[in-house]
Design a protein around this ligand. Structure first.
Ligand code: FAD
Length: 645
């Protein structure tokens, strides 16, 4: 699917109505591309700088300028619809930077030009097209997992002609978006950015809910020919490298318990960082007489209406569950270990107006620029402000002067939301710098906490009995339902898979429970032809969409496999010095980032304080690092034989 409309005469009334709903900074870029007239990039048509995550629909223009822009857009679009060609169908990179800087009202560095140009091409072109690689059909790849990562890798490898099999433990594709079914579950990255760059969608809301995200992921998997490659309800148990054969022996178990071995030239682990639920071991939990489950295992038939519900945890999942159930339950108790920084949300529950859909589908470049603007807002824009300034005199509250400004603005917001509830305010103001944990969006969290039948408890749960939970202070809370919104075994990467490389050492032993490392988060010495997705130091802490990161890893992996086939190679193993140097740079970069700030205790860090899950890089840095593969990074072996198992 693409949004690349062909010109045809517009119905003026329809066009006028749609323009009334247009995002003006986006519309100005359309007008410039169609006319080539730089008037639309300059004062008085340069939008004000966008604040926070707002779409800045009016661009900050007064009513007269808004009307002028819409009138001019009407004329320009009518001319295009009547056959006048676009002056700049594909602007060059400096022009893209000039445009994005104009429509954001701030200078965007030139280094973003190539990545943005690629996004524009992909959005218009309908796929990460690949020329078929001669001989690829004889090179087999097993992919473990059919979430966004597995689908990205399979789509690209398949397009190049590789023999691909995916094993998926669930009965459907989608991973995160198939498993998490709790009330309120959805994205906190805007949907037009949390989309594959080559597969736009008519999102019904600006922030898609899980059912729609799952439907989308399935649609992409279908369209890219991936679904047919998946063996569902088949769990991979182990993968062992046979150095003599230059093959991986992959053991899988089907739903009926049958265990079989598959042999492949390469293995891609796409098992996700947030797939294995983490449930605290609380004394007495097994005696609870009600219903209890992890947030990712919400029972399909559970009705919480009129029930007493305890939610343990106040992270991203709890933040979505609590507002979604608060009005239905008899009583809700939220156990919070530490408060979160929560930003005001914009458009969080709003449907995308029909006029905006129409613009995306009928007006050339509109969807592209709407997405590019959002990408800049949600990706790397804040990264620089998350660096620790060693000279900053107030490390107890922030990491630099800009971060301190974020703190003031967010504090004002929280205070405004909890006015008159000093009890809640005291529990809700974090003592660590904003962005030290992933920024969450307020989708009714504070409003829910204010309700008379909702309690926010900062004491810890000490034990559970048949009728409820008891806090460390000895208070008993009666419950019918306990929800463990306690996150995932993120640091235990690839758990519980048993993966053994050239020397027979299990990756579990190599990494331990929480010290995974890989070159580019993808390849590990001693594990030839193994590629890990959403692995160590890949999670995005500053913002951004994992879908894009998944695409970058998929491209890199496909490039390496292509180089293997074209070079007649049987094994590629990342050089230890390359791997070690990369990880030294990761750790060094992290030492200057907010996630390593003193006192930051998050699921990102291990007991030694090393940040294991998060990327220290900007999206554009990782884009550049993975754009071209260099076989010089690997020790390579010629293929003993590229065919046969
Ligand atoms: C509730 C929630 C909301 C999120 N919201 C956002 C967001 O707004 N923006 C964002 O960028 N990211 C978000 N994320 C992160 C999200 O996980 C990623 O965006 C993305 O979905 C990861 O895709 P994946 O394919 O790498 O992993 P997953 O989606 O976790 O998929 C892994 C797949 O591997 C399968 N699998 C695992 N082990 C095996 C095995 N041994 N054998 C066979 N199959 C196996 C699993 O069944 C699963 O289908 C969210 C995560 C959660 C949990």
């Amino acid at each position: 699917m693409t949004f690349t409309p062909a010109p045809r005469p517009f119905d003026e009334a329809v066009l006028r109505d749609a323009l009334a709903t247009a995002n003006l900074p986006t519309l100005l870029m359309v007008m410039f591309q169609l006319t080539g007239d730089r008037t639309w990039l300059r004062e008085p048509y340069r939008p004000q700088r966008t604040r926070g995550m707002s779409d800045n629909d009016t661009g900050g223009f007064g009513p007269e300028v808004q009307a002028e822009i819409r009138d001019a857009a009407l004329r320009i679009l009518r001319a295009w619809g009547d056959g006048e060609p676009a002056a700049l169908p594909m602007p060059d990179e400096p022009t893209i930077i000039e445009m994005i800087s104009s429509c954001m009202g701030e200078e965007v560095p030139p280094e973003f030009g190539p990545m943005m140009a690629e996004d524009m091409r992909l959005g218009a072109g309908g796929g990460r097209t690949r020329a078929a690689v001669a001989g690829a059909a004889d090179f087999s790849v097993v992919i473990i997992g059919a979430g966004i990562s597995g689908i990205s890798a399979a789509a690209e490898l398949r397009a190049a002609g590789f023999g691909v099999t995916l094993f998926e433990k669930n009965p459907d594709v989608g991973g995160t978006w198939w498993e998490n079914r709790y009330p309120g579950c959805g994205v906190d990255t805007p949907s037009h950015v949390y989309s594959f760059s080559y597969f736009p969608r008519r999102w019904s809301t600006f922030y898609g809910k899980r059912a729609e995200v799952h439907e989308y992921v399935r649609e992409v998997a279908d369209a890219m020919g991936v679904v047919d490659l998946v063996r569902f309800e088949t769990e991979v148990l182990s993968a062992v490298y046979d150095a003599a054969a230059q093959r991986w022996r992959v053991t899988v178990r089907s739903a009926d318990g049958t265990v079989e071995e598959h042999v492949a030239n390469a293995v891609v682990s796409a098992v996700g960082q947030l797939n294995r639920p983490k449930v605290p071991r609380l004394p007495g939990a097994d005696t609870f007489g009600g219903t209890q489950f992890h947030s990712a295992r919400w029972p399909e038939d559970l009705d919480v209406t009129g029930r007493r519900v305890v939610v343990i945890g106040s992270g991203a999942s709890a933040m979505q569950i609590v507002p979604a159930v608060a009005d239905r339950v008899a009583h809700l108790t939220v156990f919070q270990r530490s408060p979160q920084w929560i930003a005001p949300s914009y458009n969080y529950s709003s449907p995308v107006p029909e006029g905006v859909h129409w613009l995306m589908e009928h007006v050339p470049f509109y969807h592209t620029w709407y997405r590019l603007r959002l990408s800049w807002l949600t990706n790397d824009r804040v990264h620089a402000s998350l660096k620790i300034d060693p000279e900053w005199p107030h490390p107890e509250r922030s990491v630099n002067v800009v971060n301190d400004g974020h703190r003031r603005a967010l504090t004002r917001y929280i205070v405004s939301q909890l006015e008159g509830r000093e009890d809640l305010l005291e529990k809700s103001l974090p003592d660590y710098p904003p962005f030290g944990k992933r920024m969450l969006l307020d989708n009714g969290w504070y409003a829910a906490l204010r309700k008379p039948h909702v309690d926010l408890v900062t004491d810890q749960v000490a034990s559970i009995d048949a009728t409820g939970v008891t806090t460390a202070a000895g208070e008993h809370v009666e419950a019918d339902v306990i929800v463990y919104a306690t996150g995932f075994e993120a640091k235990k990467m690839l758990f519980p898979l048993d993966i053994r490389g050239r020397s027979g050492v299990s990756i579990r032993e190599l990494w331990g429970d929480e010290d995974a490392r890989a070159y580019l988060g993808i390849t590990v010495p001693d594990y030839p032809n193994l590629f890990v997705m959403y692995g160590p130091n890949i999670n995005l802490g500053h913002g951004g969409s994992y879908m894009f990161f998944g695409e970058l890893q998929a491209r890199y992996i496909t490039d390496v496999c292509t180089a293997m086939v074209e070079g007649g190679l049987g094994a590629v193993e990342v050089r230890r010095d390359v791997h070690d140097d990369y990880n030294r740079r990761v750790d060094e970069a992290h030492s200057r980032m907010i996630w390593s700030h003193r006192g930051m205790d998050t699921w990102y860090r291990n007991a030694a304080g090393r940040v294991v899950t998060n990327s220290p890089w900007r999206v554009v840095d990782y884009w550049r690092m993975t754009r071209e593969t260099d076989l010089g990074d690997f020790a390579v072996e010629p293929a003993a034989s590229l065919t046969g198992n």
